[in-house]
Design a protein around this ligand. Structure first.
Ligand code: ADP
Length: 763
């Protein structure tokens, strides 16, 4: 509103000046056609504005003051003003300026011409050639400059709050001042030359056309050269940004920042079409890069994508669909370059509203096309990189998560990779070994116990058996491990030397089991044979001389046969039970009477070993547990048999059954050698036997089976022992809430014959 008011004031001032200023004809004043010629020059000068860039700022520049000088010099005031007004009007209209701007330009130049005419005619000398006329002309041009300057700055101040030379267009104040000084100097020189030409011959003024057009053309060429340089520089920087980036978001943001600077536009935007709509990357006028966002539709991109094969400009309201969309948005002009991959458009690069100077219009389109091609190349490269990266991650996941150890070693012994599985096995992490030749740290040996030099694998692989499939190593913690290794030799490439890839599986346990099984077979065959010898011997004796033996001798013979047969039975039952457990077949249903079962075992043991003392303390109340009676019998008889086996013949064995909370406990105590505390857990493992008790027969299966059965019934078996003083094995089984039916009761309960306090002695 203030601007409009100011423009109207200037216009009114110009009209008033024109109305009151007299027309002064004097010798040498211009005729109508001369005025027309001067007016044409003014109109041409107004139309051919030259925009130039000085130290970062853009200024508009024409030779208006110089071209107007002949009008002031010979225009006879009012005719000069009218000619100026008409010429500026024509010039501005040809540039399609906004109406308000046209009115302002016409008014301020007319006013300036009026003021300058008054100055000139006041100060001019007796003739136009006189030196005082020259001074008057210079002062008149200054007046033109001054009025123009005041008017323009006033309107700028009202419109933007700033004046020329204070950062307008981004230039420094010094640059603004230099620009104005150069303009004034050029105009004074041009003005004097134009007036001199007019005095020599009015038609010589036509030389002014050459001056204006030449000046304009030179300026234009300069602008084109500058724009050419800026765009190419921008393209180079944008291409570089793409070449150095490896992820889409960063690469495209850097690319757009450079494209925006290079094309001197307000905003650069890249729209990439996707299945879900469009992804928009943006670099805005605020200088910051906008976030990449997904939107469902981008109307402008859709409008141009289907029809665009190369970069094209659109302007709001230019009659195209894109022009219509622009008219409804924030921008007025756009340069759109499609991103084409094969025959399809995968996106569009938009460069909105050029703020820089014109020039290089055609080349600019070519550069935009080149940029979009670079964009496509970048996207293809990044997609490829992503695919490679994904594959790499998958592979790394597999290598990292496999329990097998995998490592690779170069022919000079340098370890090039070492996976997590191997780190877990050996205790050495990748950082400690990769890049070194320290495989020897693991002290690898072949199955024959010979040291292996893995560093010399290239030679070893040539000799049969040089690289054995089973390798023994020592882990960081000093544990000996057996690895089953498979080897793959990977030939060298241009970038890598020949390597050996080794996949190693930890087979320590399997080997150990294998060893134990071998031992077991040997032990079992020996165990089976041992009881057969006395059985065979006694049977032979009974057969040959049975009639000659007395009652006691016969009884001893039969008892010995019975004891050995029981041993055999126990051994066979243990083996069978072990294989049942290994196969996962267990049968724990039912209710078992622990008191009855234990009493029978004690009785059976005593009948085969009448020389031993076995003391049983039965439970005060019936002790029933949930589980198989066979299992309970197996568990208790293993414990009783061990107590008898591993304690001296003259020492008694106590079997005490009690109830504690919801558990039934069977404690078997002997006064044997006892078990060292560090072996107390080990003896429950399969095939484990203590070194000191190896002179006794056994398979190492009894306690293992006992514990497995106890646990299957929800209980456990443990040992407490003092080496040298004996051991107590405690079988704990959860009591059954269901009472045993009388019919199921063990008949052995009836066999208690003698009572000594709480201890029941069986004979
Ligand atoms: P086996 O008796 O057939 O060898 P077990 O599994 O029953 O197998 O026992 C494992 C080992 O535990 C025995 O070899 C023996 O060394 C030790 N052991 C078991 N019971 C006793 C015990 N009562 N006193 C001392 N050592 C025992």
């Amino acid at each position: 509103m203030k601007v409009k008011l100011f423009v109207v004031t200037v216009a009114a001032l110009a009209i008033v000046t024109a109305a009151f200023v007299p027309t002064e004809h004097y010798a040498g004043s211009a005729t109508i056609w001369q005025l027309a010629l001067m007016g044409a020059l003014v109109a041409l000068s107004e139309a051919c504005q030259l925009r130039y860039r000085l130290r970062g700022g853009i200024n508009a520049f024409n030779m208006m003051e110089g071209i107007l000088a002949p009008l002031i010099f010979a225009g006879a005031r009012r005719p000069a003003m009218i000619t100026c007004a008409s010429a500026i009007l024509v010039g501005d209209c040809s540039r399609r300026n906004q109406p308000l701007k046209v009115v302002f330009n016409v008014a301020q130049w007319t006013l300036a011409v009026g003021a300058a005419s008054v100055v000139f005619h006041r100060l001019q000398g007796p003739s136009l050639q006189s030196s005082s006329s020259l001074t008057a002309l210079v002062l008149a041009i200054f007046t033109l400059v001054a009025v123009n300057h005041v008017a323009v700055n006033a309107v700028l101040l009202l419109a933007t709050g700033r004046i020329f030379g204070t950062g307008q267009g981004g230039e420094s104040p010094l640059a603004g001042f230099i620009g104005r000084a150069v303009t004034i100097a050029v105009n004074i020189v041009a003005g004097i030359c134009m007036c001199a030409a007019f005095m020599w011959h009015p038609l010589t003024l036509l030389a002014g056309v050459v001056l204006v057009v030449g000046f304009y053309a030179a300026g234009h060429a300069n602008a084109a050269l500058r724009a050419d340089r800026v765009r190419l520089e921008g393209m180079q920087k944008a291409t570089h940004a793409l070449a150095t980036a490896i992820d889409v978001a960063t690469g495209l943001q850097a690319f757009l920042t450079e494209a925006r600077a290079g094309f001197e536009v307000q905003e650069a935007e890249l729209v990439l079409f996707s299945e879900r709509g469009a992804t928009v990357h943006r670099c805005t006028a605020a200088g910051g890069a906008g976030d990449a966002g997904c939107i469902e539709r981008h109307a402008l991109a859709e409008a141009v994508a289907s029809r665009l094969a190369e970069a094209t400009r659109f302007a709001a309201g230019d009659g195209t669909t894109a022009g219509a969309i622009l008219a409804g948005g924030d921008h007025t002009r756009v340069l759109a370059a499609p991103l084409r991959n094969g025959g399809t458009t995968i996106g569009v690069l938009f460069l909105y509203d050029r703020v820089g100077m014109e020039g290089f219009e055609y080349g600019e389109l070519k550069i935009a096309d080149a940029l979009s091609r670079e964009g496509v190349g970048f996207l293809q490269r990044v997609t490829l990189l992503q695919a490679i990266d994904e594959e790499r991650h998958k592979l790394a996941d597999i290598l990292g998560n496999t329990s097998d150890g995998i490592f690779s070693i170069e022919s000079d012994g340098t370890i090039t990779s070492w996976n997590a599985g191997l780190a877990t096995m050996t205790g050495y992490v990748a950082e400690e070994v990769v890049g070194t030749r320290h495989f020897g740290l693991l002290r690898p040996r072949d199955p024959q116990g010979r040291d292996m030099l893995f560093e010399r694998w290239a030679d070893l692989i040539e000799t049969p058996g040089g690289l054995p499939s089973d390798v023994q190593i020592v882990s960081q913690s000093g544990q000996t491990l057996w690895l089953s290794c498979s080897y793959s030799r990977i030939p060298e490439t241009e970038t890598r030397r020949e390597i050996l890839v080794v996949v190693a599986r930890n087979i320590t346990q399997a080997r150990e089991l294998e060893r134990l099984k071998d031992d077991f077979v040997a032990v079992v065959s020996h165990e089976l044979r041992t009881p057969l010898v006395p059985i065979k011997g006694w049977a032979q004796t009974l057969l040959n001389r049975g009639d000659r033996l007395n009652e006691d001798q016969r009884r001893t013979a039969v008892q010995s046969i019975l004891a050995q047969a029981q041993k055999l039975e126990s051994l066979v039952l243990n083996i069978l039970e072990a294989s049942r457990i290994e196969a996962g077949r267990t049968d724990g249903d039912g209710v078992a009477d622990v008191g009855g079962i234990t009493a029978r075992i004690v009785e059976d043991t005593l009948s085969s070993r009448p020389d031993r003392t076995l003391r049983l303390r039965p439970p005060s109340v019936p002790a029933n547990v949930r589980g198989s009676a066979v299992w309970v019998e197996r568990a208790v008889s293993n414990l009783v048999a061990n107590a008898i086996k591993y304690s001296p013949d003259d020492e008694p064995v106590d079997v005490i059954i009690s109830i504690e909370g919801n558990d039934v406990l069977v404690a078997v105590t002997d006064r044997g050698p006892g078990i060292a505390s560090d072996s107390q857990e080990r003896i429950f493992e399969r095939f484990e036997r203590l070194e000191e008790s190896r002179k006794q027969t056994g398979t190492g299966l009894g306690l293992y089976i006992t514990r497995r059965l106890a646990r299957a019934m929800g209980g456990d078996v443990t040992v407490s022992s003092v080496p040298g003083a004996g051991s107590t094995f405690l079988l704990r089984l959860p009591a059954s809430p269901v009472a045993l039916q009388p019919a199921n009761r063990m008949p052995e309960q009836r066999m208690i014959e003698e009572r000594e306090g709480n201890v029941v002695r069986l004979h």
